[in-house]
Design a protein around this ligand. Structure first.
Ligand code: AMP
Length: 114
């Protein structure tokens, strides 16, 4: 989608610190990390947020979770635990309108979240 930051990153038009890539999904380190491990997992195709997923995206959505779990292991936060977050809309704290999972780890997370 035109003028979508994460579409541009997925297309390689804007650089990122890549953590994982395949045909459907890209993962990269967040530019403003909120935890020692803070990786974003995005679908390469444009999906605005989790509410825009359709049944045909079931495998893609599962794959994003699979990639997050694999990265949690690789980045060694799987044993102590981690958090996966997806923000939706203004009150949800979404600043980039392209679906992404935040994988956060390496410190103790608070609840309720801010
Ligand atoms: P959200 O606020 O949930 O939409 O998350 C968007 C995330 O994208 C934020 O954590 C930003 O720090 C991160 N971000 C924005 N621009 C970039 C970029 N160019 N490279 C990596 N992460 C970015």
């Amino acid at each position: 989608m035109e003028n979508c930051l994460f579409c541009k990153i997925a297309a390689g038009e804007i650089p990122c610190n890549k953590a994982y890539e395949d045909d459907a999904v890209l993962a990269f380190h967040d530019i403003a990390p909120q935890a020692p491990v803070h990786v974003l997992i995005i679908p390469k195709k444009h999906v605005g947020d989790v509410t825009a997923l359709v049944p045909d995206d079931a495998a893609l959505w599962f794959h994003m979770a699979e990639v997050a779990n694999k990265l949690a292991k690789e980045l060694k936060v799987d044993e102590k635990g981690f958090r996966i977050v997806t923000n939706v809309g203004a009150d949800g704290g979404q600043s980039v309108n392209h679906l992404h999972l935040h994988l956060l780890g390496g410190r103790s997370m608070k609840w309720p979240p801010g």
